[in-house]
Structures are given as structure tokens and as C-alpha cells.
Design a protein around this ligand. Structure first.
Ligand code: NAD
Ligand code: TYD
Length: 357
């Protein structure tokens, strides 16, 4: 097959995960002139069923490849003549990084290194853009006030955020040392359809519908800045196309809310839509996460001023649509709950001490 009729042959790593699948669902139909190769090893978090709507598109291919396997990755780059990467593949759950950090080091650091090496090699024969998708968690924790910006110091507090920070540094070094055309985005917490139900919002929705306890860590006063996943994908599209090489872009929703308030909002939304409740009575304060970051908040002025990005979804609208999506896709939620997930849950949650509100 002659792939060169596609001017851009983009490897999207982690395309079967939450953000990756939302991104591919929007980019594949939007850019028929590009070829998209979804490179994903299908861990517990990867789900090809997410991509049903595009699986037969002419400009979309899936390759089951682990980014830690350099030889397999190189075959894939050669097969399609890859000339751009949007890198999302990662171990992404903080709690898992605490109970088992090794996979985070392998995938998030060594996997990123492998991709950078192949980008460097491929970049010798033509233009090559490397977009690294990262998190605001690399900056550590904020106090009551202030915001993270692109200039904030790195102070990661979990094995997850430390492994992402390491990858961010490698990406920067490949630009400075080898002149690789890189852009990095550091985004706040995403929410929306297709998020694996170990993360706060889908976990709480699943439990609340089933009448199970809602485990809020610590005092529930930790603050996150939530962004609807479609708005993140829109930002990734803009930065991939128009971001300045070597720059980083902080992305956030200006939607700060404590975990406790958010869980209560989810409960009230479910009570409205389904009747019954009040589901707030299911809230249980449980043992805190070690090293739990208190507050994240992003100042997204750079991407707003330089690239004209603004989130399109209000928090109220995004949350309502999200709750409705999980109610309409109860089968999808249950399909995620594999034996592996249940074993992990049993290993790590049995020790949490339950108290009530
Ligand atoms: P996710 O856990 O839902 O998906 C990760 C995907 O990567 C899965 O499909 C998995 O199979 C794949 N994967 C994991 N290890 C792999 C390996 N070794 N080789 C190939 N594929 C592998 O994650 P997500 O929430 O979609 O996050 C995607 C990216 O965005 C991550 O890099 C994460 O750090 C970053 N990010 C996430 C958020 C968020 O709120 N979810 C916020 C900011 C940044
Ligand atoms: P999470 O979705 O794991 O994202 P992150 O740790 O990357 O921010 O958690 C979001 C917040 O919710 C975080 O402060 C931890 C908290 N949390 C709970 O209180 N209970 C839970 O069961 C989970 C999964 C998270």
C-alpha cells in the first residue's frame, strides 16, 4: 500500500483509552486527508469497542503494539511511514501508581523514550511533529490560591505524576538537543464519555446507580479543575496544528470544585433524572490517598491568547450530558469491569476505613 498519498501519517498512541478514543472519534472523520494509526497495547484501560464508529474508516488503522517494545514500534513506523505522533499512551491512574509503580516507569518513561528515538530517526528524512499529551499533576499541589502556568516548577508527588514529569523532560530535551519538532500539553482533569470507571466521576456514577457506597478520600476538600473531554480534544487539535515547536501549553476548564461538592452534584443530578435518593446518603469518607495533592487549577491564558482556544462546554451542561451518557451506556460500564479490575479493587480497597457523612 502506498501511504504517501496521505501527507500526514499520524500515530495516535493510547487511542483505545478515554481521551485517545474521544480524540480519534473527532479527528478521523474531520481530517480524511490524514492517515491515523492507533497504537495501543490494550491494557485493562484500552477498549476497541469505543472506536466502533470509525473502525471501518479508510484513513484509520489499529495496531496492537506495546510502546515499550522498540522493535515492534519500529516495524509499525516503517510500515506506515509515520511522520507525526500524538502520544497519549500511559498508565494513568494515581492509585495504581501507588500500589504498583513499575508499569508507570516502563510505559510512561521508557515507552516515551522509544517513541522519541523513532521520531528522531524518522525526522532525519523529513518533517516530524511529536505532540506529547501530559498532565497538570507534574506541577504538584497548589495551596488555597494561585494557578499553574507553563512556567510553574515541576514538583510531582505520585509515581504517576513523577513518571509523566520525566517524560515531559525527555520531550523537552529532544527538542533542545536534537531539534525535534515537539509540543507538549499539560491538561487538568478530564471528564466525559468513555472514561474507565476507576476514575472519580464514572466510579461514583456506577456506585450511586447500584446503591453502593461512594468512597470519598480524606475530608473530600481536595480541589480539581475539570474539563470536558471534547474541549480537551479541541485544544489538542489546535496545538498539534498550530502550537510553536518547543512550547508547552497548559489547558484547563476554570471549573474548580471540591471532590465532596462534585460527588454531591452527581448524586443530585441522578436523583433528578432517576427519582429516588437522596443518593448523597451513600457518601462514605474513607482513608486518604497517600501524597494526595490538595488542589489543581490551571491558568490557560497562553493557549487562549495565542491559539484562540476556549472551552465550549459549561460545567453544568458537561456534567449533565456525562451523567446521561453513563446512564445510557450501563452495558459499556459493566463491560469494563473485568476480572483484573475486580482483583485490583479487592487488593487495594479492602483496607480503606469507612465512616459516614
Ligand atoms: P487511559 O488510562 O484511559 O488510556 C490509556 C491508554 O493507553 C489505554 O488505551 C491503554 O491500553 C494504552 N496503553 C497503556 N500502556 C500502553 C503501552 N505500554 N503501550 C501501548 N498502549 C498502552 O488514559 P487517559 O485518561 O485517556 O489519558 C490519556 C493521556 O492523557 C495520558 O497520557 C494521561 O497522562 C493524559 N492526561 C489525562 C488526563 C485525564 O484526566 N484523564 C488529564 C491530563 C492528561
Ligand atoms: P482521579 O479521578 O483518580 O483523578 P486524579 O487523581 O488524577 O486527580 O481522582 C480525582 C479526585 O477524586 C482525587 O482528588 C482523588 C479523589 N477520589 C476519591 O475521593 N474517591 C475515589 O474513589 C477516587 C477514584 C478518587
Amino acid at each position: 500500500m502506498d501511504w504517501t498519498r496521505y501527507p500526514r501519517r499520524i500515530a495516535v498512541t493510547g487511542g483505545a483509552g478515554f481521551i485517545g478514543s474521544n480524540l480519534l472519534l473527532s479527528l478521523v472523520p474531520k481530517y480524511p486527508e490524514y492517515l491515523f494509526i492507533n497504537i495501543d497495547s490494550l491494557t485493562y484501560a484500552g477498549n476497541l469497542a469505543n472506536l466502533k464508529a470509525i473502525e471501518t474508516a479508510d484513513n484509520y488503522y489499529f495496531e496492537k503494539v506495546n510502546i515499550c517494545d522498540f522493535a515492534a514500534l519500529r516495524d509499525c513506523f516503517e510500515k506506515y511511514g509515520i511522520n507525526a505522533v500524538i502520544h497519549l499512551a500511559a498508565e494513568s491512574h494515581v492509585d495504581r501508581s501507588i500500589s504498583g509503580p513499575a508499569e508507570f516507569i516502563n510505559t510512561n518513561i521508557v515507552g516515551t523514550f522509544n517513541l522519541l528515538e523513532l521520531a528522531r530517526e524518522s525526522g532525519k528524512t523529513g518533517p516530524f511533529r511529536f505532540h506529547h499529551v501530559s498532565t497538570d499533576e507534574v506541577y504538584g499541589s497548589l495551596g488555597e490560591t494561585g494557578y499553574f502556568t507553563e512556567e510553574s516548577s515541576f514538583r510531582p508527588n505520585s509515581p504517576y505524576s513523577a513518571s509523566k514529569a520525566s517524560a515531559d523532560h525527555l520531550v523537552r530535551a529532544y527538542h533542545k538537543t536534537y531539534g525535534l519538532d515537539v509540543v507538549t500539553t499539560n491538561c487538568s482533569n478530564n471528564y466525559g464519555p468513555l472514561q474507565f470507571p476507576e476514575k472519580l466521576i464514572p466510579l461514583m456514577l456506577r456506585n450511586a446507580v447500584a446503591g453502593l457506597p461512594l468512597p470519598v478520600y480524606g475530608d473530600g476538600m481536595n480541589v480539581r479543575d475539570w474539563l470536558y473531554v471534547a474541549d480537551h480534544c479541541q485544544a489538542l487539535d489546535l496545538v498539534f496544528h498550530s502550537g510553536i515547536a518547543g512550547k508547552t501549553y497548559a489547558i484547563g476548564g476554570h471549573n474548580e470544585i471540591t471532590n465532596l461538592e462534585l460527588v454531591k452534584l452527581l448524586c443530585r443530578t441522578l436523583d433528578d433524572l432517576l427519582g429516588g435518593g437522596p443518593r448523597e446518603n451513600l457518601i462514605r469518607f474513607v482513608q486518604d490517598r497517600p501524597g494526595h495533592d490538595r488542589r489543581y487549577a490551571i491558568d490557560a491564558s497562553r493557549i487562549q491568547k495565542e491559539l484562540g482556544w476556549r472551552p465550549e462546554h459549561s460545567f453544568e451542561q458537561g456534567i449533565r450530558e456525562t451523567v446521561q451518557w453513563y446512564l445510557d451506556h450501563a452495558d459499556w460500564l459493566e463491560s469494563c469491569i473485568s476480572g483484573e479490575y475486580l482483583q485490583y479493587y479487592a487488593r487495594n480497597y479492602h483496607h480503606r476505613t469507612a465512616g459516614s457523612t
